[in-house]
Design a protein around this ligand. Structure first.
Ligand SMILES: Nc1ncnc2c1ncn2[C@@H]1O[C@H](COP(=O)(O)OP(=O)(O)OP(=O)(O)O)[C@@H](O)[C@H]1O
Length: 577
């Protein structure tokens, strides 16, 4: 398929307001996509890589504007592109009006290796974007710029609209995961439940679309978890012991460890890297570790890798928390783990400073021969946990199965006095539902709830702080983008303000006097006293007394809290008992 044909269909989708029609248009596009079906399923969602693959293009707005400016010709600068963005409101419209590769464009003269407008195929665009993602090291910015310039010079105005959005990961087509899922069902007349299950185990819309088309329901049914391809983590809602005991016969209470989520994959025959299009060989590592966002973190956590290498023999996928401990083995605050977590250099030195432990709390795949069935997603929690305790007796979370509130309270008190964050309450017969923040896992924390908010704006400080941001605008996820819920200025030390300014400045997309606007990129955890309905902010709610707690480096904007959750919290639907 030509990229131009994809852009035409994207324009049709963008113009379609009705959800049902959108699903039908996507279904038709999937049917027409031929060999490009996987790429189409991903591009429509603004993704180049499947969900299990954490690679990103790593192209910030500034680089994208520079590439657009270069392709637009000698008269246009990156600042001009930014200015137009302020007028037009979104990058697609800007790109479509720049006459890229046209009369003025350098691409017209085939400079710098650019071929001029030549109608690239979808596969070519995909390959070029993957090349951008693979570029690293010294001079990588220049190489990325050259590749993007080359691509932008090759496309028409209509194509440029969607190419620019794709580069920045914001397609704005109203096509979310649910739309693609429903479209696969409609396009290939396959069972919706089978498609949903296949998506859960594979975390890969492109592959599910292809299998639904080529192998039908049998193929979907045969899809199972694959060691080395992380699934989305199952998540929790805030809940109460009384609520859990009212809804369930008994409760599985566990310690809530204060660390970072890690999915541990083990295969004795090696696990191929995610970007290698080949089977594993014995030279590949036998353990790979993934963060909550499915990024690989194996190299940052060598002791966890060594632990798994020594202790596991068969294929396994385990879910757990990595916690930092002091010399006595008592847990240290979550920030200590993060220091280790994102570490690329000096890992050995850091390893001496901060000791890490893995606490496994779930088992998604148990490949030991003696056990029946390997994929445990549909098995009840009690059984998954028993398997886990059998696999790693000394590194598995302790569980208290109880229907007695007093007993659970005593369990919580001992968890807190041992320095843990709180407890989790799980429904003992619940299945593992990847990516789901459902009612089967509840977190009970003794302190006030916090919210994870996307920082969408800020105001410059005054006087001696004129070069630092002073107040941050907070937003939460909505159906279409983000809605604001408050501003935070308290809880931030001077030193921290400087660091936050450095962190956020590269994400500025707009500036108007004292006020700046950010591309959604950074997530703040924010405490508050209360949430009130309020017309001041676009979410319709305002946080009272918001207080900065931490930057959630382990979360992407998509993982932030939502308007729906804010509404629930405001109406007292969640909270301590
Ligand atoms: N025993 C446990 N079972 C499940 N999750 C646990 C456990 N101990 C610690 N956790 C952590 O608690 C989190 C559950 O809360 P939630 O699903 O809301 O994630 P979160 O949004 O990262 O929340 P939080 O900010 O509370 O860590 C898990 O993601 C995991 O990192």
């Amino acid at each position: 398929m030509q990229f131009a044909a994809f852009a035409d269909r994207a324009a049709e989708l963008e113009a379609e307001p009705a959800d049902l029609e959108t699903v039908s248009l996507v279904a038709a596009l999937l049917r027409d996509a031929g060999d490009d079906i996987g790429t189409v399923a991903r591009f429509l969602q603004g993704r180049v890589f499947p969900g299990w693959d954490a690679r990103t293009l790593d192209v910030g707005p500034a680089l994208c504007y520079a590439a657009l400016a270069k392709a637009a010709g000698t008269n246009v600068t990156a600042d001009d592109v930014e200015e137009r963005l302020a007028e037009e409101g979104e990058i697609g419209a800007v790109a479509a009006n720049l006459d890229l590769g046209g009369q003025q464009g350098l691409g017209a003269f085939a400079a710098d290796g650019a071929a001029g407008r030549d109608d690239p195929t979808l596969a070519e665009v995909d390959a070029e974007l993957r090349a951008v993602a693979a570029t690293e090291g010294d001079g990588s910015e220049d190489t990325k710029l050259a590749t993007l310039f080359g691509l932008f010079s090759r496309v028409s105005d209509a194509e440029a609209r969607y190419l620019a959005r794709l580069v920045l990961g914001e397609m704005r087509l109203g096509v979310g995961e649910g739309t693609v899922r429903d479209a696969i069902v409609e396009a290939f007349a396959v069972d919706a439940g089978l498609v949903a299950d296949a998506l859960q185990v594979s975390n890969d819309y492109g592959r599910v679309a292809r299998i639904a088309r080529d192998e039908g329901e049998d193929g979907l049914e045969a899809m199972s978890l694959t060691v080395g391809r992380p699934v989305q983590s199952m998540l929790a809602q805030a809940g109460t012991v009384t609520g859990a005991l009212e809804s369930w016969d008994d409760v599985a209470a566990e310690i809530k460890f204060d660390g970072a989520r890690v999915q541990l994959h083990h295969h004795p025959e090696g696990i191929a890297p995610p970007d290698a299009d080949r089977d594993a060989t014995p030279d590949d590592p036998t353990v790979r570790l993934y963060s909550r966002n499915t990024s690989e973190v194996t190299d940052a956590l060598p002791e966890i890798r060594e632990f798994a290498e020594q202790r596991l023999d068969a294929p396994a996928i385990l879910d757990g928390e990595v916690v930092a401990v002091d010399d006595d083995g008592s847990p240290l605050p979550f920030q200590e783990v993060l220091r280790r977590f994102r570490r690329k250099h000096d890992v050995d030195r850091m390893r001496e400073e901060v000791e890490l432990e893995f606490h496994a709390f779930d088992c998604l795949l148990d490949g030991r021969e003696a056990t029946e069935g390997t994929d445990l997603l549909d098995s009840p929690f009690r059984m998954r946990h028993d398997r886990l305790a059998d696999l790693l007796p000394d590194a598995t979370s302790e569980v208290l199965y109880s229907d007695d509130a007093d007993e659970i309270e005593a369990f919580e008190a001992s968890a807190l006095s041992a320095g843990h964050e709180g407890i989790m309450l799980k429904r003992p017969d619940s299945t593992y539902t990847p990516g789901d923040r459902g009612q089967d896992w509840l977190k009970r924390k003794p302190d006030v709830e916090t919210l994870d908010c996307v920082v969408t704006g800020a105001e410059w400080g005054e006087g001696r702080r004129a070069n630092e941001f002073g107040t941050f605008l907070l937003a939460v996820g909505a159906d279409d983008g983000y809605e604001t819920v408050g501003k935070v200025a308290t809880g931030i030390t001077d030193e921290r303000l400087a660091a936050l300014t450095d962190l956020l400045e590269p994400h500025v997309i707009n500036e108007d006097g004292q006020t700046v606007e950010f591309r959604p990129a950074v997530v703040f955890e924010v405490g508050y006293e209360e949430i009130q309905a309020s017309p001041t902010y676009s979410a319709g709610y305002a946080l009272r007394f918001p207080r900065f707690v931490e930057v959630r480096e382990d979360k992407d904007p998509e993982d932030a809290d939502t308007v729906e959750r804010v509404e629930r919290l405001a109406n007292g639907g969640e909270g301590g008992n």
